[in-house]
Design a protein around this ligand. Structure first.
Ligand code: SAM
Length: 223
């Protein structure tokens, strides 16, 4: 039986990769990736030459069977998503579940590393350790319910949001009368920024600096 390694990769800065992750990628027989072009940049930076195959949210079910066959043949298979930790708002979870189900004895190992979630929390300065992670809110059905849950939560709630929806989200949070929200943007990248304030103040901030509406966002809603 082979080994399936679920490998965390950088969320921006290509230096954020562990020695173990690099070794596992170097030793893998094949690397499955959410996007072959994205992982190609990482592999080029560390001079790793390996066969790379695509396994994204759409193909995850079908490709899982391919991975199972490889593991049965004794191969070392690595999986990487586009950024951060696979399975955290990213493909990977269904692959792992399928492999566990079809090959109960096979070794599935975590190669931990960056995640936007933990990176944001590490600089948020929250007083208590507890938090709820909701990832991306649904766009339509269930959105209001989750927003309300976030607003009523007694512990901080962490959300992921894309640049073209961040103003909408802040508007919704303002309507719910929330006091304080933190935003970690472009973590580990050139334009990394951490801002906190009321949703209204943050909306003003982005109105004054429209260029800062670009990039990737982690939003922390405080109780
Ligand atoms: N698996 C990834 C992880 O472990 O964080 C998350 C992937 S999810 C598809 C992408 C979302 O994560 C982005 O929309 C953003 O909310 C957040 N994200 C990823 N990279 C980020 C970064 N460098 N700075 C801030 N947020 C980031």
């Amino acid at each position: 039986m082979g080994t399936l390694s679920i490998v965390a990769t950088p969320i921006g800065n290509l230096e954020d990769i562990t020695l173990r992750a690099l070794r596992v990628l170097k030793e893998a027989d094949v690397i499955y990736a959410e996007d072959t072009r994205v992982v190609a940049k990482l592999l080029a930076r560390y001079e790793i030459e390996k066969p790379v195959k695509r396994l994204d949210a759409v193909t995850e079910g079908k490709k899982a069977d391919e991975v199972v066959a490889r593991l049965e043949a004794g191969e070392r298979v690595a999986f990487v998503s586009d950024a951060g930790t696979p399975g955290v708002s990213d493909p990977g979870a269904r692959l792992v579940a399928a492999v566990r189900e079809q090959l109960p004895g096979v070794k599935i190992e975590a190669i931990p590393g960056p995640s936007a979630l933990t990176a944001a929390l590490s600089i948020a300065g929250l007083r208590d350790g507890a938090f709820t992670f909701l990832g991306f809110l649904p766009h339509k059905k269930g959105r209001q319910t989750e927003l309300k849950e976030a607003a009523e939560s007694e512990i901080p709630v962490v959300l992921y949001e894309s640049p073209h929806r961040i103003e909408k989200l802040l508007g919704e949070l303002a309507t719910l009368g929330l006091g304080r929200v933190s935003i970690a943007r472009e973590l580990t990248k050139l334009h990394e920024e951490f801002v906190a304030g009321s949703p209204q103040e943050l909306l003003e901030h982005f109105k004054t600096h429209p260029d800062r509406l670009r990039g990737e966002f982690v939003v922390i809603v405080e109780p």
